[in-house]
Design a protein around this ligand. Structure first.
Ligand code: MG
Length: 386
């Protein structure tokens, strides 16, 4: 795909010229549910995140630069956690050798931080000394928003009901694999969590969990079905806006380390500007982009101004921009007509750009300009389209 794209770009070098209105008039234009064109340079660049490092058994890795760290092995980061009690009180879990260790009987803990959709990184280790069977061996749990459990359990060599297996969405869906290391070794969970979204009392997104264990995919965008639970079948329901991360005390001294999360941007379904958007949000975004381009055009002259006005029309119809663009296109065509043949070559680049823009608007039925046919003929006659 990339190769094909590059090949296409290379055969049309003027399309990738930096002077060419920031790459406009190139890919398919915005539509009712996509506010940006294909390959649209007006789309924001992804924010820079400095990646962290991976963990080894001996040493936890470092989080990416934008992560919120909930436990980094320091005694101080124990204070990011409370006993899950009301009123809140300090946790009786302990920091030991850089790990956060469950003290059986002390109860669940919860993070002081409250958050919703996230990428969550958690590492855990079941006791080296194996006790118990089934759900009784190295049991703990990672509760997103305190509402839905990704099971923590020593299932290295320990069958149990699959929807309660390590990496299950507990009571909802078994993991697709058992990728656990031996008890006592560190297991790495990387989790992507999306909470349910309701609008006007109706569910528009059930919420999802994607879970990797030690780099192996266990849950692939699994619908939450209300968050699961013990024995009872759960049903879709709204979650709060945000909630704490909770870690379960299930009577086993499970250890944790290197816990961090990255908040995720809103999904399109809740007003975010990613993937397929609803028509209202798309129209609003297109209007915003068009206004920004018209604003740039206002400070420009000549061909650059014309190209920006034309570009703005690919996002939003605007009578004033259309009128001005038509006048400018007519003036551009008239200028070409007046230019003696021997001096036309100097206008080749500008003419190719304007022609491409006008043809693009015609091709996608955005606007037709009287000046387009004459400019296109000139480009053909002089073989500037070769
Ligand atoms: Mg559990």
């Amino acid at each position: 795909m990339k190769t094909r794209h590059l090949a296409a770009a290379c055969s049309l070098p003027f399309l990738v010229s930096p002077a060419f209105a920031d790459g406009a008039f190139y890919g398919d234009p915005p539509d009712d549910t996509h506010p940006w064109a294909i390959h649209d340079m007006n789309r924001p660049q992804p924010p820079r995140v400095e990646p962290g490092t991976f963990s080894t058994q001996e040493k936890p890795g470092t989080p990416p630069s934008d992560a919120v760290v909930l436990f980094d092995g320091s005694p101080a980061s124990l204070s990011n956690w409370l006993a899950d009690k009301n009123p809140p009180e300090a946790t009786r879990w302990v920091e030991k050798d850089g790990t956060l260790q469950c003290v059986p009987g002390s109860g669940m803990i919860r993070s002081k931080e409250e958050f919703g959709d996230c990428q969550l990184h958690v590492e855990w280790s079941a006791p080296t000394e194996v006790h118990g069977n089934g759900q009784g061996r190295g049991n703990s749990g990672v509760f997103l928003m305190g509402e839905v459990e990704v099971q923590v359990l020593d299932n290295y060599d320990n069958p149990t009901y699959p929807d309660g297996f390590a990496g299950s969405v507990y009571g909802v869906n078994p993991p697709m694999a058992n990728a656990l290391r031996k008890p006592g070794e560190w297991q790495v969970y990387d989790i992507i969590f999306r909470r349910p979204v309701y609008q006007d009392g109706h569910m528009v997104d059930p919420g999802y969990l994607t879970v990797f264990c030690n780099g192996v995919l266990l849950q692939d965008h699994t619908p939450l079905e209300g968050g699961g639970g013990h024995r009872g079948r759960s049903h879709d329901r709204p979650f709060p806006e945000k909630g704490p991360l909770k870690l379960q005390d299930h009577g086993n001294p499970v250890r944790y380390r290197n816990i961090w999360y990255r908040p995720l941007p809103k999904r399109a379904v809740e007003g975010g500007d990613t993937s397929v958007m609803n028509p209202e949000a798309t129209a609003a975004k297109r209007s915003e982009i068009a206004a920004s381009i018209r604003g740039k055009a206002a400070g420009m002259q000549g061909k650059d101004k014309l190209l920006h006005l034309l570009e703005s029309l690919t996002y939003q119809k605007d009578a004033a921009a259309m009128d001005e663009a038509k006048k400018m296109a007519d003036a551009f065509a008239a200028h070409l007509k007046r230019t003696p043949a021997e001096k036309l070559e100097a206008l080749k680049g500008d003419t190719q750009q304007v022609n491409n823009a006008l043809q693009y608007l015609a091709r996608f039925q955005i606007a037709n300009f009287d000046a387009a046919a004459g400019i296109q003929q000139l480009v053909k006659d002089r073989e500037w389209d070769k």
